[in-house]
Design a protein around this ligand. Structure first.
Ligand code: AMP
Length: 279
């Protein structure tokens, strides 16, 4: 496994690979790697001879400077996990390398980046799009792997590929969960033991909602999910919305969408967790 920090070095590693016509699979991450990330790498490995992982805590997608500061950074352990997963190249640039000058690019994703996460984290998806746009331009992968855990992000990345005309296949990978159902997240490391014990109620409630499905109308189900979680000590629902899984527009009755998704963000002290479930 090669570890590179400069764009020039990465490109000199990649051009002979492209020259040989080998397919490049790309897994962008912010590090603090867990099984959710290594599963993306595993899937990428099954589909490409060369897998590139980026590890970069992208400042432009953080709308809260405390969140950026407290974001876990564990590069050494991350590199060991990449090596174990059979990754070919890890790209871990500095902020200066990625943004030598302030990044001016603004994207327009219509309503996709205005709802849910977009509403509560203004500018977040523009920052995600800035960094992924740059990384796609640098790595020029054949396929890129994203987790369904960040459902709205996945929809926006597909839109980015469309608006920027990237010739990249986006592969959606299922959410990896702890044994108690909690969606794996780098932010889980920031939870106190007491908070960690309580947070599985989030996914348990989503699974229960999925089972109730159309026995409830949409509005009742939304109310029920919020009440279940808000009545749990330490948990505070920021939003729970049921939306069309393609347009992310809220739905009001089940027949409004062929496939719908329930997306949730919950505050647990200073930590913010997200999860989602398909209906
Ligand atoms: P992050 O490092 O949080 O920016 O995530 C990097 C990639 O890993 C994104 O595509 C995420 O959706 C994906 N990811 C994070 N957590 C999980 C998980 N629990 N299951 C599957 N994919 C995940």
């Amino acid at each position: 496994m090669k570890t590179v920090t400069s764009i020039a070095e990465l490109q000199s590693c990649l051009s002979p690979i492209r020259g040989k016509g080998q397919s490049i699979g790309f897994v962008p991450t912010m590090g603090a790697l867990h099984k959710g990330h290594t599963e993306l790498m595993r899937i990428a490995k099954t589909q490409n001879p060369v897998v590139v992982v980026s590890i970069f805590v992208n400042p432009t997608q953080f709308n809260d400077s405390n969140d950026l500061q407290s974001y876990p950074r564990t590069l050494e352990q991350d590199l060991a996990k990449c090596e174990e997963a059979g990754v070919s190249i890890v790209f871990s640039p500095s902020v200066k390398e990625m943004y030598p000058t302030p990044e001016p690019q603004q994207f327009d994703f219509g309503s996709l980046d205005k709802v849910m996460e977009g509403k509560y984290r203004p500018g977040h998806f523009n920052g995600v799009a800035q960094v992924v746009n740059k990384l796609f331009g640098i790595v020029k992968p054949n396929k890129a792997y994203f987790g369904q855990k960040d459902f709205q992000q996945l929809v926006i990345i597909r839109k980015l590929v469309e608006v920027q005309n990237f010739d990249i296949e986006i592969v959606a990978c299922p959410t990896v969960r702890e044994d108690d159902g909690l969606a794996m997240s780098s932010r889980n490391a920031l939870l106190t033991p007491e908070q960690r014990q309580i947070v599985p109620i989030i996914s348990k409630t989503l699974f229960a909602a999925q089972n109730k499905g159309s026995n409830f109308n949409v509005k009742e189900l939304v109310r029920w999910v919020k009440d279940q979680i808000n009545s749990t000590p330490l948990l505070d629902v920021e939003y729970f919305e049921i939306a069309d899984a393609t347009t992310l527009e809220p739905i009001y009755k089940w027949s409004d969408a062929q496939q719908s998704v329930g997306c949730i963000a919950v505050r647990v002290g200073d930590v913010r967790l997200i999860d989602n479930i398909l209906f």
